[in-house]
Design a protein around this ligand. Sequence first.
Ligand code: M6R
Length: 614
Amino acid sequence: MCGIVGYVGERNAYDILIKGLHRLEYRGYDSAGVALVSPSGTLNVYKAAGKVSNLENYCKDKDTTGGIGIAHTRWATHGEPSDRNAHPHFSEDEEIALVHNGTIENYKVLKDALIQNGCKFQSETDTEVLVQLIEYIRTHNDCTLLEAVKEALRQVVGAYAIAVIEKNRPDTIIAARKSSPLVIGIGDGEMFLASDATPIVEYTKDVVYVKDNEIAVVSKTRPLKLVNLNNEETSVDVKTLELSISQLEKGGYPHFMLKEIFEQPTTLLDCIRGRVVNEGKDIIVSGVLDSKEKFMNAKRIIIVACGTSWHASLIGKYLIQDMCRIPVEVEYASEFRYSNPVLDDRDVVIAVSQSGETADTLAAIQMAHDAGAYVYGISNVVGSSIPRNTDSGTYIHVGPEIGVASTKAFTGQVMVLTLIAMAIAELKGTMPKEDLIKIGEEILKVPDYVRQTLELNEQIERLSLIFTYAHNFLYLGRGYSYPVALEGALKLKEISYIHAEGYPAAEMKHGPIALIDAEMPTVIIAPNDHLYEKIVNNVQQVKARHGSVIAIVTEGDKEIRNIADHVIEVPDVPECLTPIITSIPLQLLSYYIAINKGKNVDMPRNLAKSVTVE
Ligand code: M6R
């Protein structure tokens, strides 16, 4: 939620900042703004509601010179999306500008105190409190910006990644983080900072991930300095970025979402590379091997996640229970953290998150740690907060996912959960080796199965035309296909704004069946698995009420093809691998329906890719 970017050096900061904002726009696009110190010493702040392109238009006739600046793209929390509430925020004397990603929880108390001391506010945001507080401390204590930031952060409760510049020091940015991501790029006579590495990658591969409670002094003339809130210097740990610019571009596709859907044969290959070896006979998940004792002795596994990652986690539950005979619970991180959960050191908590930055998931793992549980992370973004705050874990390695609707990360998460379940099953001896080998051999073919499934693209595009103007959709599935139904419904609603509900197919008769009529399309996920005959009944029940059925079935299906209105046939795979295959037609269906409706699929309204606030 919200993206921040900063630059100090000899180049024109504005160009770098605007390009960086475009890269970070997936984090929020309610408004954008930039603050620059011009060569003549003016601190110029420009902001505009809406997308970064609005800001660019606004800045066309403005002075955008200067070698230092900070910028922001916003996902609104406090105060409506407007020019006034856009960042950067100025101090009252217009000497300091600040951008912020996160939430200041005690902003009200701080604001009231500042108002009592005569301070006047321009916006409704929590962020403005921070810049006014810094300025108040700086002027009343006659101290440096660094000291004022440090003191202000001691008074703040909440999450933040901030960048601050002052008019009279056009060579230094002060930045800090707590619970919101911040990366610093180190160039030659220049430095960059951003919420993630995407704005930095084309200038330098040397980066430093700022840790919680660290403050960075980012200067063009001096080496990077990090201090904590107690003013002690902390070590600067420079890492090399493994990210390429081509991964951040659309590569000829009209949208990132479509590109990411079509990347899945490759991303799944990357995900299994080095993990499914010896022609499928062996599964090596190094994180599981590192945590061998914990998984072998776990009395229970709790998986915490949000959104699409929660759906992947539900599939993980079925996989781990089936293969390893360990009880598994799946919790929404946002509920888990406030549910006073009963946890101890024989519990293993697995956190699943594409971004590795979801605030609720981070809070849940902190809580699990505090209760003595072993915490394992599954994420995509290397160096993000979840891998850095877990005892062990596995990356899904699907490359940057930029479309707000998660696609390739979902299939990567399901694949990694499958491998983890298989690795634990092997350790515990809960599955015959020959069964594990059969699945291992099939996993090696998954990239090809996915490629084959993507050939349905045109059929699904045509089908989408029939359903573009439906007002409601029902998605049904059983067993492994139930979470796929939930995920299909989420994909549709988040990008096309059509109401859709995912349901366990057999639960339909306990309520949702009342919704079914000729106007209500039902998507039924019915691969050839052990519940196939049961779901045939569910298809019949929908048809008996004149509902229209789109069925995802295994190729060669005999029964459902005669009852359903539309049939999408996918390759035949072992039951535990069906979610990876059946979810792909649903991704395409939601994509095309949203496109038919003229929606912005990569940046749907009200959403942001990375939810770093509660
Ligand atoms: O980065 P995370 O996996 O933790 O994100 C969780 C959800 O915010 C995310 O999956 C969200 O639901 C997506 N928009 C779904 O497409």
